[in-house]
Design a protein around this ligand. Structure first.
Ligand SMILES: *Cc1c(COP(=O)(O)O)cnc(C)c1O
Length: 402
């Protein structure tokens, strides 16, 4: 048998279920991008505030590139912690309202590093059913006992905490703004439940950072829960437009992470230019005051328009707006038709979302004007509610696969 035979078989099976994914190559980023000379409204960018190309983020990045060179040249514990890393951690801790912060190579690594440091073989981690893959992988890597509670359901969490055998540490993990549904966790209730049962609490603010809360600090701070939530995780790669992840926490926990988090210890520090872009973006946010307010206003108007036409946007309350379609092939077909009208709304399918809940995931950004959103809403409503004509041949459909 040829070595690759099983690989071909795996891919053929994915293709059959309309689950094959392909990389597309783009020449620009942003909420409006040109592809082969034609302008598209891009609803798949996480650069909600347009900071990825902000002049101040670029100039700070360039400054650090020129002062410190291309790379950190060592892991953080050796000689890879430079002044910019130190400065960034202070700025993040202040923004988030925690005594300390630690920057990781990415949000994925931050989740892997924190969970494996807090939980081990004899411990229990309770995660929301829709928690991001990096949270689940962190738990698997920790070898702790994983229990998943129904999405945004503190009562189910309570039942699981109650049933949990005595012994071992307990950790509850949720996102504040959910990445695929755009809805918001009942943080206060989840936290109370966790504290009642002696569990630590961790919240992933990947999509809330920069958008929600005073000065873009996130929902933990907006709700005044810094003293009750042990771990505030976030990323520099969504609204901050750059790359890297972080944990804001107590000084003691930060020290533990420096000693224990393998995803922090055994990898090179972030490049100075990357740290610079985050510092530049954070400075822009600080000057803006509440940068997310206008974004959330536009998103709310857009969502209302979709809902009034009968589309199911689940419980979205943020700049992330899902439009539930259901079936994989149909979702791909809708995305394909929207693309032909200049609208990029990528079809999100299992295993990223549960089986039978394939959807368009629309990210509103400040690059989208009210006028753009009004036009997009009209097209999306027409395609998502209309009868689809003859199915397009599988080859053209596959081009849009994500
Ligand atoms: C994107 C994301 C991450 C990972 O962050 P990266 O910096 O992209 O690695 C973690 N959690 C959630 C909820 C995310 O959406």
């Amino acid at each position: 048998m040829r070595f690759e035979a099983w690989i071909d078989e795996e891919i053929a099976q994915l293709r059959e279920k309309s689950l094959e994914r392909r990389l597309s190559v783009f020449s620009e980023t942003g909420g409006k991008i040109k592809i082969e000379g034609r302008t598209f409204l891009n609803f798949s960018s996480n650069d909600y505030l347009g900071l990825a190309r902000h002049p101040e983020a670029i100039s700070t990045s360039r400054k650090y590139l020129e002062s410190y060179g291309c790379g950190a040249t060592a892991s953080r514990l050796i000689t890879g912690t430079l002044d910019p890393h130190d400065e960034l951690e202070r700025v993040i801790a202040a923004l988030k309202g925690y005594p300390g912060a630690l920057v990781f190579g990415s949000g994925f690594l931050a989740n892997a590093g924190i969970i494996t440091s807090l939980a081990g073989r004899s411990d229990h981690v309770f995660a929301d059913k829709l928690a991001h893959a990096s949270i689940i992988d962190g738990i698997v890597l920790s070898r702790a006992n994983l229990k998943r509670f129904h999405h945004n359901d503190p009562d189910h969490l309570k039942a699981l905490l109650k049933q949990c055998p005595a012994g071992g540490r307990k950790l509850v993990v949720t996102e504040s703004v959910f990445s695929m549904d755009g809805d918001i966790a009942p943080l206060a209730e989840i936290t109370s439940m966790a504290l009642e049962y002696g569990a630590m609490v961790m919240v992933d603010e990947a999509h809330a950072t920069g958008v929600f809360g005073p000065g873009g600090s996130g929902l933990i701070r907006e709700q005044g829960l810094e003293d009750r939530i042990n771990v505030s995780m976030g990323t520099l790669s969504k609204a901050l437009g750059g790359y890297g992840g972080f944990i804001a926490c107590s000084s003691a926990l930060r020290e533990l992470l420096v000693n224990r988090a393998r995803a922090f210890i055994y990898t090179t520090g972030l490049p100075p230019a990357v740290v610079g872009s985050a510092l530049g973006a954070l400075a822009v946010i600080q000057k803006a005051g509440n940068p997310g307010a206008e974004l959330l206003r536009r998103a709310a108007t857009f969502r209302k328009r979709l809902q009034e036409a009968g589309l199911n946007t689940l419980n979205s309350e943020s700049q992330i707006i899902p439009v539930l379609i259901g079936e994989n092939a149909r979702t791909l077909a809708v995305a394909q038709r929207l693309k032909s009208k200049g609208i990029l709304a990528v079809a999100i399918r299992p295993p990223t979302v549960p089986e039978g809940t394939a959807r368009l995931r629309l990210s509103v950004t400040l690059d989208h004007s009210d006028h753009d959103l009004e036009r997009a809403a009209g097209e999306i409503i027409a395609e998502a509610t209309g009868e689809l004509g003859a199915p397009e041949d599988a080859k053209t459909r596959r081009k849009d696969a994500c």
